[in-house]
Design a protein around this ligand. Structure first.
Ligand SMILES: [Ca+2]
Ligand SMILES: [Ca+2]
Length: 497
């Protein structure tokens, strides 16, 4: 469970800024809402335990006028300083865990919990008497969210109270979610009072989250597998080292063929000021060297990171330490080692897996060939002139057919030129890769490695330059109804860099 140390001076600031109602405990704040697992987390940023007897939640959504947790639902519940209380909307709180309580025990507020528009407030009763929900001075904290951050007047019914108390930035400010947002999480780790949409981040598909009480493997030879899908995948790692040991976290992941890791973004780093984390990456499904003796020469890339990198892609930083991390990172298996020498931290990281294809298809789909499919062309390798590893990949071709790649700086469109039944998508000066003409073979596919220092053109090969745009196509033979014809793939535009 996450915890945070709070300085005495900060506690004074919290206490004195609650001028509207001296007794309202605003050190108790809404810290996360987990839609995937149905959890609302309240955190005590104070230095003293908080008795939540009499406290109540209130929620509004786009069509509920209001929903309250029940009177007395939190009676007898204490939230210790620097710890969390979780309300479990799926009523799956472990028995006997004082830090977790079922929603059924506190009443049906914020039900059903979803990333769609909600305003959620938490109220601290006055020293005597019951809560007056219209009295913002009794509001301890507030958060509102909606899909895309769209303003929803009903969900924002209590926003004005929160704004007037200096605990929410604007009536119209909603934490932006999507339908697939797994969780929203407060990034402010020091208990500041004024929060708004910028104080929270919305996690996408969360593939691994230690906040659920699991710990990534400490064993470098048995790292925890994390399944990264196409698009964004988020992991949340909590590291609780102490004076006597460290929490090592090893995770392993695969990047499928045809895809690449485009970025590894540090969404948040929640730790005491100045605290830093470290991570390193190796190729393969284990980390081959021990944490106590690993050197930069042992890993592809690594970085010492902290809150200063919040929102940044760590891959370029990682490439500066180690034996040379390719960015983007291509297909294969990799293992990450997370190490944290400070007392405690939480890191939220999002992997962006994208198609590694190079260039953009145009002038497609092609006229179907004799197989009924459209011959297709995609780019692989890279668009880097320095790397000079561009590959043209033709697929869905008729089997055992002669193919010939062609290139031009100019796009065009000629329908059924000559004996072709297809479309020529190049114009201007068109060169032919005659030396690399080849059969599509038994798989109906072909790969043509393009030498960017020698691209064929009618008046002789030329050297491509960064910034130039080149267009490619693959011509191929075919037979339709016993007649010999030819056809083309779609066009492929590649902007070189
Ligand atoms: Ca851990
Ligand atoms: Ca661990």
């Amino acid at each position: 469970m996450r915890s945070s140390t709070l300085s005495v001076s900060l506690f004074v600031a919290v206490a004195t800024s609650a001028t509207a109602s001296a007794q309202t405990n605003r050190a108790v704040q809404l810290r996360s809402v987990d839609f995937d697992r149905g959890l609302i987390e309240v955190f005590n940023f104070g230095t003293t335990d908080a008795d939540l007897s009499g406290w109540r939640f209130c929620s509004f959504d786009e069509d509920q006028s209001f929903r309250y947790s029940s009177i007395g639902g939190l009676n007898g519940v204490t939230i210790e300083a620097g710890t969390s209380l979780f309300v479990h909307f799926n009523n799956d709180a472990p028995a006997g865990d004082a830090d977790r309580i079922n929603r059924s025990a506190v009443g049906p507020f914020a039900t059903p919990l979803s990333p769609e528009a909600f305003g959620l407030s938490f109220f601290d009763p006055p020293a005597s008497g019951s809560i007056s929900f219209g009295n913002g001075a009794q509001m301890s904290d507030y958060v509102q969210w909606s899909v895309g951050g769209a303003v929803d007047g009903n969900a924002a019914s209590r926003a004005g109270q929160a704004v007037s108390q200096g605990i929410w930035t604007s009536n119209a400010g909603f934490v932006a979610t999507t339908e697939s947002t797994g969780r929203i999480d407060l990034t402010d780790g020091d208990g500041g009072l004024l929060h708004g949409p910028g104080s929270f981040f919305a996690l996408g598909a969360t593939v691994f989250d230690e906040a659920g009480g699991v710990d990534a493997s400490d064993d470098r030879l048995n790292p925890t597998p994390i399944g990264l899908g196409a698009g964004s995948s988020t992991i949340v790692l909590n590291q609780q080292g102490d004076a006597f040991g460290r929490d090592l976290d090893y995770v392993t992941f695969d990047i499928p063929a045809g895809q690449q890791l485009a970025s590894l973004t540090l969404d948040a780093f929640i730790a005491d000021a100045g605290n830093q984390g470290f991570l390193a990456i190796q190729q393969g499904t284990v980390f081959t060297t021990d944490a106590s003796s690993t050197l930069p020469s042992d890993f592809l890339g690594g970085v010492v990171y902290g809150a200063q990198f919040t929102g940044a892609d760590l891959l370029p930083q990682m490439a500066q330490l180690g034996t040379g991390l390719p960015v983007p990172l291509g297909a294969g298996s990799y293992t990450l080692w997370f190490n944290q020498t400070g007392p405690q931290s939480e890191a939220v990281l999002t992997f962006a897996i994208e198609d590694s294809s190079v260039g953009s298809a145009y002038c497609g789909p092609a006229v179907p060939n004799s197989t009924g499919a459209s011959s297709a062309l995609a780019g692989g390798g890279s668009s880097s002139v320095a790397a000079n590893d561009l590959v043209l990949s033709g697929s869905s071709l008729p089997l055992n057919s002669l193919t010939l790649a062609i290139a031009s700086r100019t796009q065009g469109f000629v329908q059924a030129p000559g004996t072709s039944i297809g479309n020529l998508c190049l114009g201007g000066s068109i060169g032919r890769f005659i030396g690399q003409a080849s059969s599509s073979g038994a798989t109906g596919s072909v790969n043509v490695a393009v030498d960017l220092t020698s691209i064929p053109q009618p008046n002789g090969a030329v050297t491509a330059l960064p910034g130039e745009t080149w267009n490619f196509q693959i011509w191929h033979r075919d037979a339709v109804g016993g007649q010999s014809v030819s056809n083309f793939t779609n066009g492929l535009e590649v902007v070189l860099n």
